[in-house]
Design a binder for this molecule. Sequence first.
Ligand code: SF4
Length: 73
Amino acid sequence: MSNIKVWKSESLGISIEIDYDKCTGVGECVRVCPVGVYELVDGKATAPNIDQCIQCCACVVACPNNAIKHSSC
Ligand code: SF4
C-alpha cells in the first residue's frame, strides 16, 4: 500500500507528491524552500502553498529520505 499525498497547482501546472511512508517530518523541505511552500502538520510535511513554488528543486534535493517528488524536478 502506498501512502502518497499529492498537491497540485492549477495556475503553475505542477504537482508535488510526498510519500508518507518515507517522510519522517525532519523538516528539511520547510527549511530549504525559499518561498515557504511546506508546513509540518502532525509530524509530516505538507505543501499547502504550492502556488508560490518557483520550481527550484531544493526540496527534492534536501529531503534525506527521498520522500518528495516534484513534477518539474
Ligand atoms: S521546488 Fe523550490 S520553491 Fe518549489 S517547493 Fe521545492 S524548494 Fe520550494
